[in-house]
Design a protein around this ligand. Structure first.
Ligand code: HEM
Length: 406
C-alpha cells in the first residue's frame, strides 16, 4: 500500500492513508479538509471513493440511510482486500446490514450493553483488572503490557458477557489478530474466518444444550420463543462482539498508557482527581480514533452531502479520524487535552451503526487507567519511545507491544 502524503502530482491519493506519527494526523487529511473536504481517493483494488473529512459531513454520511453498509453488494468498495469476500461467506454481521435487517439484528442485544447493565458490570471488571495486575506483579520485569494485561482484560470481559469458556481463548486471539491485520491476503482472510465461525458454532451448540446466565443463552431463549434458533446468526453475533470488543479496547488501553507515560502532566491530572478520568477517556478516543479504515458506504441513490453530489453507485469513506480533528468542532484539535469535553466525538461512529459496546468500552478504560496507575505508581516505559512499534499496517491503530517496567 502506498503511503499517501500530500500529493504534489495530479494523481489520486491512495486509501487507506498510513499514519507515520502516533500524535499527528497525516497532513493529507488536513489538506483535504481545508481545500476540498470531499475528495476522490483510490482504493487498493483500483476502485475510487469519495473521502469525507469534515465533522458535519462525516456525521451526515453515517446517518444517511441511502448510504449503505451492505458489503454483500458486488460493487461495495474494497478497502481491505478479501474482507468483503470473507464476510459474504457467512451469516452477516449486523455491522454490514442496512435498515430493517440491521435493526432486527441489533434490537435484541441493545439492552445487553445499556448504561445500567454495563454499570452493574463494574465490580467484576474491577476484579478482572486487579486479577491481571496481581499476575503481572509476579512476572520478571520488564513485561509486554499488551500481552499480559491490555489484551487479556477486555478479552475476558467480553468472553464472560457472552458466556464463553475462557480456555481456548488464546486460540481465538491468535486467529483474530490475523484477521485484523491489514496485510492478510484474501485466502488467509477467508480461511481464518471459516475457522472462527466453526469455533463459534460449537460454542452456540454447547450453549443450546447447557444454557447459563449470559448474553448468548438469553439470545438463544429469545429466538426459541420467537419460533426457531438461527445458529449461524448467533455465531455471527458472538464473533462480532468478540472481534469488535477486545482488540479495540486493548489498543485504547495501550495508547492511553503510552500517552500518559510520555506526557506525565496528563497522568498527573487524573491522579489528582480520578473524577476526570471519564473525560480523559473520551479525549483519548477522539484523539486516536483507532479504526483507521473509516466507515465505508455505497450510495444506493444520489445523495447530497455538504452541498456535494454523490451519485448512485459511488463509494464513500467517512473519515472519523479527520472529523475528530476538525478545528470547526474541536478547538486546537491536534492537542491531547484532558480538560476538553470531547464526548461528541465520532470515534464510536454515528447513526444506526454507532458502537453497540461504547458504554462498556468507556467503563473498561476508566477502570483500567484508574487502577493501573494507582497500583503501579512507578509504571514507566522499558524502552525508548522511538523503539515502540505502532500498528500502521493494521485495521485498527494501536501498539504491537508496550514494554513497561515499574
Ligand atoms: C460498531 C468503535 C469497543 C461492539 C462500532 C463502530 C465503531 C466502533 C467506529 C461503527 C462502525 C460503522 O459504522 O461501520 C469502537 C471503539 C471501541 C469499541 C473505538 C473502543 C473502546 C467496542 C466494544 C464492543 C463493541 C467493547 C462490544 C463488546 C460493537 C458492535 C458494533 C460496533 C457490535 C456494530 C454495531 C452495529 O452495526 O449496529 N464500534 N468500538 N465495540 N461496535 Fe464498537
Amino acid at each position: 500500500m502506498a503511503n499517501a502524503d500530500i500529493d504534489e502530482t495530479n494523481e489520486l491519493v491512495s486509501f487507506p492513508i498510513q499514519r507515520t506519527c502516533p500524535f499527528a494526523i497525516p497532513p493529507v487529511y488536513t489538506k483535504f479538509r481545508e481545500e476540498s473536504p470531499i475528495s476522490q481517493v483510490v482504493l487498493p483494488d483500483g476502485g475510487k471513493a469519495w473521502l469525507v473529512t469534515k465533522y458535519d459531513d462525516v456525521r451526515a454520511v453515517m446517518a444517511n440511510p441511502k448510504l449503505s453498509s451492505d458489503r454483500r453488494a458486488p460493487d461495495f468498495p474494497v478497502v481491505v482486500p478479501g474482507q468483503n469476500a470473507a464476510l459474504a461467506k457467512h451469516a452477516p454481521f449486523m455491522i454490514i446490514l442496512d435498515g430493517a435487517e440491521h435493526a432486527a439484528a441489533r434490537r435484541p442485544v441493545i439492552s445487553e450493553f445499556s448504561v445500567r447493565r454495563v454499570a452493574a458490570m463494574k465490580p467484576r471488571i474491577q476484579e478482572i483488572v486487579d486479577g491481571y495486575i496481581d499476575e503481572m506483579l509476579k512476572l520478571p520485569k520488564p513485561v509486554d503490557l499488551n500481552q499480559v494485561f491490555s489484551l487479556p482484560v477486555p478479552s475476558l470481559v467480553v468472553s464472560e458477557i457472552l458466556g464463553m469458556p475462557y480456555e481456548g481463548h488464546e486460540y481465538f486471539m491468535e486467529l483474530a489478530e490475523i484477521l485484523l491485520r491489514r496485510t492478510t491476503d484474501e485466502q488467509g482472510r477467508i480461511a481464518v474466518s471459516v475457522e472462527l465461525r466453526k469455533y463459534m458454532d460449537k460454542l452456540v451448540e454447547e450453549k443450546i444444550n447447557n444454557p447459563g446466565d449470559d448474553l448468548l443463552s438469553r439470545q438463544i431463549e429469545l429466538q426459541r420463543q420467537e419460533g426457531g434458533i438461527d445458529r449461524p446468526a448467533l455465531a455471527s453475533l458472538c464473533l462480532l462482539v468478540l472481534l469488535a470488543g477486545h482488540e479495540t479496547t486493548a489498543n485504547m488501553i495501550n495508547l492511553g498508557v503510552f500517552s500518559m507515560l510520555t506526557k506525565p502532566e496528563l497522568l498527573a491530572e487524573i491522579k489528582a482527581d480520578p473524577s476526570k478520568t471519564p473525560k480523559a477517556v473520551d479525549e483519548l478516543l477522539r484523539f486516536y480514533t483507532i479504526p483507521d479504515f473509516g466507515a465505508h458506504r455505497l450510495a444506493l441513490d444520489d445523495v447530497e452531502i455538504g452541498g456535494f453530489l454523490i451519485r448512485k453507485g459511488e463509494a464513500v469513506i467517512a473519515s472519523t479520524f479527520a472529523a475528530n480533528r476538525d478545528p470547526a468542532v474541536f478547538d486546537d484539535p491536534e492537542e491531547l487535552d484532558f480538560g476538553r469535553d470531547a464526548r461528541h466525538h465520532v470515534a464510536f461512529g454515528y447513526g444506526p451503526h454507532q458502537c453497540l459496546g461504547q458504554n462498556l468500552g468507556r467503563l473498561e478504560l476508566q477502570v483500567v487507567f484508574d487502577t493501573l496507575f494507582r497500583r503501579l505508581p512507578d509504571l514507566r516505559l522499558a524502552v525508548p519511545e522511538e523503539e515502540l512499534s505502532f500498528k500502521s499496517d493494521a485495521l485498527v491503530y494501536g501498539l504491537y507491544e508496550l514494554p513497561v517496567t515499574w
